[in-house]
Design a binder for this molecule. Structure first.
Ligand code: OFO
Length: 176
């Protein structure tokens, strides 16, 4: 059983995860518009990962007998001029999500909510990966510049494949 405060905080985090997905979908569209199909694929995979992050919380609330309450998703920005601008914003955005997950963990600790602490561990670890993957692309873009190296990076990013479920009609099936 979750406290009302914790249920509300997790519902707010669902909205943040959905916004992250919306932001990355906008970056995917912007990449397609720039002719960078690899970046477009990478950001679309990222979109699906964010939906998965939201759905894990959705299921957790349901499992704990708390109601999922969906709020309006903020409109994301729609134009970025360079891939570096998109990836830097991705990195900064993920830092804010990390802070938000850490705040949830602090709340769970304050409430001695051991189930939520255990549940949130997955997100703490995932955020390390989220920040690292954006930082890695920033580093590669710095090395490659805007010339032929950019097309190599675009090709590499295009090979990213989805490693989480994308069909939630029957729940997550215990997958991570
Ligand atoms: Fe859900 O990790 Fe990114 O935002």
């Amino acid at each position: 059983m979750l406290s009302d405060t914790m249920a509300k905080a997790i519902n707010e985090q669902i909205n943040k995860e959905m916004y992250s997905g919306y932001l990355y979908m906008a970056m995917s569209a912007n990449s397609t518009d720039m002719g960078l199909d690899g970046f477009a694929k990478w950001f679309m995979v990222q979109y699906h990962e964010e939906m998965f992050h939201a759905m894990k919380m959705y299921e957790y609330l349901a499992d704990q007998g708390a109601k999922v309450v969906l709020e309006t998703i903020e409109k994301p920005r729609d134009t970025w001029k360079t891939p570096m601008e998109m990836v830097k914003e991705t990195y900064e955005h993920e830092q804010t999500v990390t802070a938000s997950i850490h705040n949830l963990m602090l709340l769970a600790k304050e409430e001695n909510d051991f189930a939520s602490m255990a549940f949130l561990e997955w997100y703490v670890t995932e955020q390390v990966e989220e920040e690292k993957s954006a930082q890695d692309i920033i580093n590669r873009l710095k090395l490659a510049g805007e010339g032929p190296g950019l097309f190599m990076i675009d090709k590499e990013l295009g090979s990213r494949s989805l490693s989480v479920p994308s069909d939630f009609s029957a729940g997550l099936g215990g997958e991570e």
